[in-house]
Design a protein around this ligand. Structure first.
Ligand SMILES: [Zn+2]
Length: 80
């Protein structure tokens, strides 16, 4: 498999923190994805996509995992 972005062929399975964005909140989910070592592009197979969608659906019903906060999201404005 070749990377569609950088054309490199150094694509490996890696544990990464995937960010699921829900409104203004971000939930980090550790999961195994194919990642290009050249440019960092992530490739999602059907299983990964389903996992993310299932988690998103579950969090809509059960709420966010607020007992495990790892950081906050801030907003800054770039000078024009
Ligand atoms: Zn690449």
């Amino acid at each position: 498999m070749k990377c569609v972005i950088c054309r490199g062929d150094d694509i490996v399975k890696k544990m990464v923190d995937e960010e699921i964005r829900i409104g203004n909140d971000i939930v980090l989910v550790s999961m195994e994805l194919l990642v290009c070592n050249g440019c960092g592009e992530r490739y999602y197979d059907q299983r990964a996509m389903k996992k993310i969608e299932d988690l998103r659906a579950a969090m809509k019903v059960e709420g966010l995992p607020t007992q495990a906060v790892v950081g906050k999201v801030y907003r800054a404005y770039a000078a024009s």
